[in-house]
Design a binder for this molecule. Structure first.
Ligand code: FEO
Ligand code: CA
Ligand code: CA
Length: 709
């Protein structure tokens, strides 16, 4: 069943290829043609090339000294206050305590990776190594809410889509539901829609009916789906009988969210429909995410800017703020708009100027408590959040690492005020659900060891490493702004401007940022930045060492003393991506003849041995995107190998290595998204042989052993 379909590809479309190998159609629908817009970060904050590491750390110490008088105030130190219902509504259900506690830890696994690498290809199917099999778990239109109408592409309705699996799945998590390991919850983000590929006889975006626009809104958001294991194997499939009480859809159309944290209720978040500034309808462009140690899901609202129109009438500070978030203030790029304002006036900023401020957050959903109100946490700041991943520090505080996925934007971390309660009671879980509502928000500033040697070529400096020190600069601490001239609410709602003000380091599109549970080191996927070093833009530096960075790299952060709550760290670049034949690539010093080509790292995950798994978005080497695995320790460290490839035109998202290490889940996002394609003339026939549908797939070892080994 794993034999991929091999057929001539109808559209290669090289003329349409953009950064990476992404097609124009992907750029339009996913990011609103972000690359055509000016780089939003026009801040003059210094290039780190002229700041040495000692200066960085000294500044960090001074900054810390200024706020030391505030430290400790308001820290709950494990005390669990009465839980304020997130919805504030009488109907809010009490939390459900999950039966299995395997969210942060995976079964131990052998560290060696023995699978034979999949060769780069342009096959319109999923390709896995010999000895492995794969299957589609769920795809666009499949039933999620029991009783959902059967999918009919010719008769789509918003009501039906609100019960069916949404479009363009990205983040994937699979949470064990029972001790036998037979049931699990699949939680998936639906980042964006492509109306060209969704509606038969696509009439152009301006001619879509209001109902079709509402279908698109319902196809955004998230899905929670009960899964069961198939025949003791690593294969999983949706449960199709019984109550499936956990199954739910979260949409951009009608799901109610509660804002939490210091900016909730701020004037910046109030609208005519929500004078309290605490209730938002929907979530937008949910990209990556993370699973918390208390069993909830964090999901990043990323390219929310493209959903709004009307900012061209703004002036002054409002206009500057829109520009900094990539919200078009010129009306020069109307093709990027989804025209949702025709279906709902809240997407028209001339009528609802604050509505855009209500997106760009990290959202938390509790998949174990059916009917619970999802929340948007203002304490974690507002950027184009790729995702957020939590680790519990030695002190017990929850620390979330986050990236702002835009060229020249920043890395962030959040440290909770309160401490994680590892108890298994309702009381403990209610407490843990409040951890992300108050804490310290930091942005990263990196210092260098070889600044004078960085020439943009990717050549390793004479000390043998792209590496340095770094400082976490506090933006909000104890509920108080640490940024001169900005209030706490302004820092949290316009976090990019706060990062500019404190001189954060401009990075090459920080995507997933995830701590390795085995080592505590943090891994950052920096996907690419073809404007690095171009005229008027920040030049290459040691942390972003290539001019015209087409293939991206991985950054590794080690917190000083292993303290995730601290303000000082060191960093290094273990992997510089590209064709290993390219001298400007690096794989931890491993023999490059044995390494798979990799381009545009996007999402990362870890198996039970602490091996790093990387999925790619927009392979600039011209072949299909894939999932890769690489050991980070031992003699094989740096031996990066391609584990699978996804169908033509698709991006590999997720990924998720299951708790028992027996299954690798990936989201196949935007298969066949090639300019000129349509339902009638698909560029990919995955997964059913007709028109392309995004879906989640699982790969497992036929002999039942751990994957990768
Ligand atoms: Fe949705 Fe940053 O990729
Ligand atoms: Ca160095
Ligand atoms: Ca991504």
């Amino acid at each position: 069943m794993s034999e991929p379909v091999r057929r001539p590809l109808p559209f290669i479309g090289t003329a349409q290829v953009r950064h990476g190998a992404r097609d124009r159609m992907t750029c339009l629908y996913r990011c609103g043609n972000a690359c055509d817009h000016p780089v939003p970060n026009r801040s003059a904050n210094e290039y780190l090339g002229d700041l040495v590491a000692g200066e960085v750390s000294r500044r960090g110490v001074m900054r810390g000294a200024l706020v030391v008088g505030l430290a400790g105030a308001g820290v709950a130190a494990g005390a669990a206050p009465a839980f304020a219902s997130p919805a504030g509504a009488a109907s809010e259900p009490d939390v459900v305590v999950p039966e299995v506690d395997t969210f942060a830890s995976k079964a131990p696994a052998p560290s060696q990776l023995t699978f034979k690498a999949v060769t780069p290809n342009q096959v319109d199917g999923i390709v896995v190594p010999n000895g492995y099999d794969h299957a589609v778990v769920i795809k666009w239109g499949d039933e999620v809410v029991p009783g959902a109408p059967r999918f009919n592409v010719a008769k789509q309705t918003a009501a039906a889509q609100s019960k069916q699996f949404g479009y363009n799945n990205d983040f994937v998590a699979v949470l064990p539901l029972d001790r036998r390991g037979e049931r699990a919850l699949l939680v998936v983000n639906h980042e964006y829609t492509n109306e060209d590929l969704m509606f038969p006889g696509f009439p152009g975006i301006d001619a879509l009916s209001v109902e079709q626009l509402r279908v698109a809104m319902a196809a955004h958001g998230m899905s929670v789906v009960e899964l069961e294991r198939v025949g003791g194997s690593g294969r999983w499939t949706p449960v199709t009988r019984g109550s499936r009480r956990y199954n739910r859809r979260i949409t951009a159309l009608e799901t109610r969210f509660k804002l939490t944290g210091p900016a909730a209720g701020s004037a910046l978040l109030k609208t005519a429909a929500d004078p309290g500034g605490k209730d938002v309808i929907g979530t937008l462009n949910n990209c990556a995410g993370g699973v918390t140690p208390w069993g909830t899901i964090l999901s990043g609202e990323e390219n929310f800017n493209q959903y709004f129109v009307g900012a061209e009438t703004s002036t002054g500070a409002a206009k500057d703020r829109f520009n900094r978030y990539g919200i078009d203030t010129t009306n020069r790029y109307p093709s990027g708009s989804r025209k949702w304002d025709r279906a709902d006036a809240r997407f028209d900023l001339t009528k609802n100027p604050n509505e855009a401020n209500r997106f760009g957050w990290v959202v938390e959903i509790d998949p174990f408590t059916p009917g619970s109100t999802p929340r948007k946490h203002t304490a974690l700041g507002r950027v184009k959040h790729e995702g957020a991943n939590v680790i519990i520090a030695k002190s017990g505080k929850a620390v979330a690492y986050m990236g702002d996925d835009e060229r020249f934007d920043y890395l962030y971390k959040f440290v909770s005020d309160k401490k994680f309660d590892s108890g298994k009671s309702h009381f403990a879980r209610r407490h843990n659900l409040t951890l992300l509502e108050s804490g310290t928000l930091y942005v990263a500033k990196l210092g260098f060891t070889s600044a004078g040697e960085i020439d943009g070529s990717g050549k390793l400096p004479s000390d043998g490493a792209f590496n340095g020190t770094g400082t976490w600069i506090p933006l909000v601490k104890n509920g108080k702004s640490q940024v001169p001239g900005m209030t706490t609410e302004e820092v949290l709602v316009f976090t990019r401007l706060a990062g500019d003000a404190v001189g954060a380091t401009k990075m090459d599109r920080p995507e997933d940022v995830e701590p390795n549970p085995k080592s505590g080191k943090i891994y950052v996927a920096l996907t690419n930045n073809t404007q690095r070093g171009s005229s008027g833009k920040a030049p290459a530096d040691e942390a972003n060492p290539r001019t015209n960075n087409r293939h991206g790299h991985i950054l590794e952060i080690t917190e000083n003393g292993g303290d995730h709550t601290g303000e000082a760290f060191t960093w290094t670049i273990p992997i510089v991506c590209g064709d290993p034949k390219d001298p400007a690539t690096y794989f931890m010093g491993y023999d490059k003849n044995l390494v798979s080509p990799i381009s545009c790292p996007d999402n990362v995950a870890f198996d039970g041995a602490g091996n790093l798994w990387i999925s790619t978005d927009g392979n600039a080497l011209g072949t299909n995107d894939g999932l890769f695995a690489v050991p980070l320790e031992g003699p094989e460290k740096g031996h990066l190998k391609q584990f699978l490839t996804v169908p033509y035109g698709a991006e590999t998202c997720g990924p998720w290595i299951h708790a028992d290490n027996k299954s690798a889940f990936v989201a196949v996002q935007h298969p066949g998204e090639i300019t000129g394609a349509s339902i009638e003339k698909p560029a990919s026939n995955w997964p059913d042989g007709d028109f392309a549908k995004p879906g989640v797939a699982v790969a497992w070892r036929v002999d039942g052993r751990s994957i990768g080994v």
